[in-house]
Design a protein around this ligand. Structure first.
Ligand code: NAP
Ligand code: MN
Length: 270
């Protein structure tokens, strides 16, 4: 039932996205959807994967309730299921969807603790990275409380399964199917010589485990949460875990994951 379904549509700054948002809103109005940006049940993102990431963070505090749907205005993305030529299909899918049939993808929870006890908790859909603002980063990496290695290098990336095809892939991480509920830790230019030693390969860490990074004191670090980036001082620890939080996508004709990977990175095989 779509009568009274609360919806919000988010675009990006491109002309194509803006035009598509206007056209889609017109169709949704005819179908009696209610536009609500405060408490929407469904959020439609019109643009690329980056637009969907921004939409997710706008509604980060309501992820247990909101369903997302991505419309791509460029190439097929990992979080976008429809093209801007399929707006009638989008409206049909939105009319027919219900929360029980949503497809859920796991998120990674990031908890940053500071020396004074202050904490920041965020969830990421792609990845969270830590780098030192200047010079080489030094930090201890623990897995479920046990010291695993002392890292020296540019930084570390901790990604979700769906984030595995994003930054993680560029730094040599493995592509993971989103049904594998685990986090991946990948190194960014680690130093390895007779003095410094890290594993040197990406690791898939089980959902039950926690990854903790304890960066060397008295430094500035830059942390990213998907497309968002911040500089912090006085970080004590950063904990990465999977607490069961997910992003829900409105049920629709999902392109199989490995087909998306092939379309995005390989193309036609002769
Ligand atoms: P951006 O710099 O505009 O996007 C970087 C590219 O990554 C875009 O082509 C984007 O697709 C694509 N992308 C985003 N999520 C993806 C996913 N899950 N799988 C495959 N490709 C994905 O930044 P943005 O659009 O705001 O996205 C932020 C994300 O970009 C970050 O979370 C990070 O993963 C990624 N990133 C990658 C690199 C790199 O590979 N060297 C560097 C910086 C950031 P669209 O064009 O559809 O948006
Ligand atoms: Mn982008």
């Amino acid at each position: 039932m779509n009568f009274g379904k609360k919806i919000w549509v988010i675009g990006n700054s491109s002309e194509k996205s803006q035009k598509t948002v206007t056209a889609l809103k017109k169709l949704l109005k005819v179908e009696h959807f209610i536009f609500d940006d405060i408490n929407p049940e469904i959020v439609v993102s019109v643009g690329g994967d980056g637009t969907l990431l921004r939409a997710m963070h706008m509604y980060e505090s309501q992820l247990d309730r909101v369903r997302f749907l991505g419309v791509h205005t460029g190439h097929l993305g990992f979080y976008t299921d429809f093209t801007d030529h399929e707006l009638f299909e989008v409206v049909q899918a939105l009319k027919n969807e219900n929360f029980r049939e949503a497809v859920h993808y796991p998120l990674v929870k990031v908890k940053v603790s500071f020396d004074d006890g202050y904490q920041i908790v965020r969830h990421v859909l792609n990845e969270s990275t830590i780098r030192r603002a200047s010079k080489t980063m030094l930090g201890d990496v623990q897995i479920s409380g046990e010291l695993f290695e002392r890292f020296r290098g540019d930084g570390l990336s901790i990604s979700t399964p769906t984030g595995s095809t994003a930054y993680n892939k560029s730094i040599g991480g493995a592509v993971m199917h989103p049904r594998v509920e685990a986090m991946q830790i990948a190194e960014i230019a680690s130093l390895n010589n007779r003095v410094y030693r890290t594993l040197g390969s990406p690791m898939i860490v089980a959902k039950k485990d926690t990854i903790t990074v304890i960066p060397a004191a008295e430094d500035d670090y830059s942390l990213t949460f998907d497309q968002l980036s911040f500089e912090y001082k006085n970080i004590k620890t950063i904990e990465y875990s999977m607490d069961g939080a997910t992003i829900a996508f409105a049920n629709c004709a999902h392109t199989p994951f490995w087909e998306r990977v092939k379309t995005s990175f390989i193309g036609e095989v002769e």
